[in-house]
Write a protein that binds this ligand. Structure first.
Ligand code: ATP
Ligand code: MG
Length: 688
């Protein structure tokens, strides 16, 4: 370990240094928990710890780093690379190869591919994204006659939500229904049957949904031999954003590192915002006591991110939380700029105000990328997106509709998936219906034929679609045979698919030209992945985000504004942050049905949003914002007022901008507005 490295550790504060060095010098074998507020350098400490481990001889191949998104994993590997090359006195910051950095789901997928033969799983299993999973749930629901039930049975998306919650929380169905889906409780028996059918269908088709990636991994660890083997594969397991893990994920970690040795988790209970995905803050609160030798706990209290007025306002918001670990954060980043609470007329006014300010800041030298607009729900940026497009301000949206969710991209990928796994009904069903004259009935008949076929290629070639276009079918059968043989190689086979699909897009979509462009974009992406399997897995698990100009991901050197849901903004920071729609009915999102624990989660959500800001924070409050309120007499629309999380008592933490643009006065029809200026009278007056 060179002298440079000592300098680098000196950049950390004492607590961070302790976290980075835990277990090295004193052979302390305990697990480590770093629990601390926003912006206190948890993620930084974790990156330094990775570097420190490597510098002390840890094999990067044997470090498992689990993050909340693939983007976060790449970012962390990049940060670690910077530190590592400085420590070693290298030029340029090549990231260290951290082959096992990723999300729980991504890592799960890779481990399952490795272990498939040993746990009775087909090696070529498909991974269903949320849309595929819903489709399959819909098929089973239909097959079981539940869609035709007179009284309304929950929709396929709701069914999948319930199923997922049961899997991730480990709680019984009845309990999940009572707690989170009371209006579906009457269907418990049918739902139970539906889920049995759904699980069977997935297994018949050798398909895994997102939840299965965790579930199979967890089940596999139930075998003591496999658990020891998997746990032994990694000397160090490190997890960021631990407050948002669920019971299944906690179980996986415990099974891999039962004595806690080599296990490090970091997080902030005040930022727990994923309980709707069965995450439980108990994971982090109970972590120290889950081991025979309780974990070492390190807390950090100095905030390096935000200016003092921003930190003060955020602290004040979270201080009102009913239940929390008290943390006193401080910073020495003094500033006279308080965060602004900005009253605007409505969503259009909000969009104009934000766009104006974004451009102003750019004039002052703040790149677009240093600014972000955050919102509760993806649809809430619609007005802003229009405004940005009108003014040619480029942006990228995180957490919204993904590139791969567009119908035509799914079509092309389904062809590849089907070639990968002929039993995938979801893929086959979709692809067959791209052909002229093939409808659901024919597609279903084809899939039945394939289910029993020993050789799928000849079964497809020999299939005669009753009303279908035989020529078109032959063309497809040829493509299928080519893909199944794997002769073309990757990414050439994607070219085959795009060429085959082009005329079908012309027929199926009005804007076929734009969609062709997206497919070219997809081809450009493809080269970066070594194989078809890798491409499908990675894109399914972490699809690129949609952008303004085109559907694909932007180039590295472009400058663009970030639009993001608050959920997707976790762990990140920007110089300037704009929080949209800070009104009751939006944050918190449902003002009448929210149980108190849900309201608390919404408060933490606002806290997460505010603590993303370094220097400038604008909290927007449209004066006219319709929210739907469920009342005893059905839905009705009401105006939302300023969010309850910023009550009058906290107004002194903000600069108030009480200059809403004037609302259009509401006049009875026919009545002329009074003239603002009587020009004729003024001209007459000159001659008086
Ligand atoms: P969050 O809770 O939002 O995930 P965090 O606790 O993970 O935040 P980081 O993202 O690691 O915090 O750090 C916040 C900011 O503080 C970053 O810009 C980081 O570079 C900076 N920082 C962290 N530690 C130090 C330090 N010791 N000295 C100076 N700056 C630091
Ligand atoms: Mg972090």
């Amino acid at each position: 370990v060179g002298p440079q490295h000592a300098d680098i550790l000196a950049e950390l504060n004492a607590e961070q240094r302790a976290a980075a060095a835990h277990g090295l010098a004193d052979a302390d074998a305990r697990a480590l928990l770093v629990i601390a507020g926003a912006g206190t350098g948890k993620t930084s400490a974790l990156a330094h710890r990775v570097v420190n481990l490597i510098l002390h001889g840890a094999d990067p191949q044997r470090i498992l780093l689990l993050t909340f998104s693939r983007r976060a994993a790449q970012e962390m590997a990049w940060r670690a690379g910077q530190v590592l090359s400085r420590a070693l006195g290298l030029q340029g910051g090549e990231p260290p190869a951290l082959p096992w950095a990723g999300t729980f789901h991504g890592i799960g997928a890779r481990l399952l591919r490795d272990y498939a033969p040993r746990i009775g799983l087909a090696e070529n299993f498909s991974i269903h994204d949320r849309g595929d999973a819903e489709d399959l749930m819909g098929m089973v629901r239909h097959a079981r006659g539940l869609s035709a039930t007179a009284a309304r049975f929950p929709l396929k998306g709701t069914c999948l939500g319930i199923y997922s919650r049961v899997v991730n929380s480990g709680a019984p169905l009845a309990e999940v229904l009572a707690r989170a889906y009371p209006w579906c409780a009457q269907w418990e028996e049918e739902l139970n049957g539906l889920f049995t059918g759904y699980v069977q269908a997935k297994q018949d088709q050798q398909a895994l949904d997102y939840d299965d990636l965790l579930l199979y991994w967890a089940e596999m660890l139930g075998d003591p031999g496999l658990a020891a083997e998997l746990g032994g594969r990694f000397d160090h397991v490190l997890v960021d954003e631990y407050q948002d893990t669920n019971a299944l994920q906690a179980g996986i970690l415990l099974a891999m590192k039962p004595d806690g040795k080599g296990l490090t988790v970091v997080g902030d209970d005040a930022q727990a915002i994923y309980s709707f995905r069965a995450a439980t803050v108990r994971n982090i609160l109970d972590f120290p006591q889950r081991f025979a030798t309780p974990a070492r706990v390190i807390t950090l209290s100095r905030n390096y991110r935000s200016s003092q007025p921003i930190l003060e306002a955020s602290n004040a918001v979270i201080a009102q939380a009913a239940e929390r670990f008290k943390k006193d954060l401080w910073t020495d980043r003094h500033s006279s700029l308080k965060p602004q609470l900005v009253a605007v007329s409505d969503e259009a006014g909000q969009a104009r105000w934000v766009a104006d300010r974004v451009l102003e800041r750019r004039e002052e030298g703040l790149r677009l990328m240093a600014q972000a607009v955050l919102f509760r729900t993806s649809s809430h940026s619609a007005a802003l997106e229009l405004e940005l497009a009108r003014r040619n301000i480029p942006f990228v949206k995180f957490g919204g509709l993904k590139f791969l969710e567009a119908g035509h991209i799914k079509d092309a990928l389904a062809v590849l998936r089907w070639a990968q796994n002929p039993r995938s009904r979801v893929a086959g069903f979709r692809v067959a219906q791209l052909l002229p004259g093939v409808g659901p009935a024919t597609a279903a008949r084809l899939m039945d034929t394939l289910a029993d076929a020993a050789d799928p290629v000849s079964a497809i070639a020999g299939f005669v679609p009753a009303q279908g276009d035989i020529e078109a079918w032959r063309g497809f059968a040829q493509l299928y045979a080519a893909l199944a043989s794997g002769k073309a190689g990757w990414p050439a086979e994607l070219e085959l698919v795009t060429r085959w699909i082009a005329p079908h897009l012309e027929r199926l979509y009005e804007d076929a030209r734009v969609r062709q462009g997206d497919l070219q974009q997809l081809s450009r992406l493809a080269g970066a992945y070594g194989s078809r399997e890798r491409f499908l897995t990675e894109l399914t698990l972490d699809p690129p985000d949609a952008t303004s100009a085109h559907a694909g991901p932007p180039m590295r050197d472009e400058d663009y504004l970030i639009l993001s849901t608050i959920h997707s903004a976790k762990g990140q920071e920007w110089k300037a942050v704009y929080v949209l729609n800070a009104v009751d009915g939006c944050i918190p999102c449902d003002i009448s049905t929210g149980a108190s624990e849900e309201i608390e989660e919404e408060r933490r959500l606002l806290y997460v949003a505010m603590t993303r800001a370094r220097d400038f924070l604008h909290v927007m409050v449209p004066q006219r914002f319709y929210v739907t309120q469920q009342t005893g007499m059905g839905d009705r629309h009401v105006y939302g007022g300023r969010t309850r999380f910023i009550p009058d008592s906290l107004l002194d933490k903000f600069d108030l901008l009480p200059r809403p643009e004037p609302l259009e006065p509401i006049r009875p029809k026919g009545e002329k507005p009074a003239p603002a200026m009587d020009v004729a009278a003024r001209i007459r007056a000159r001659w008086r």
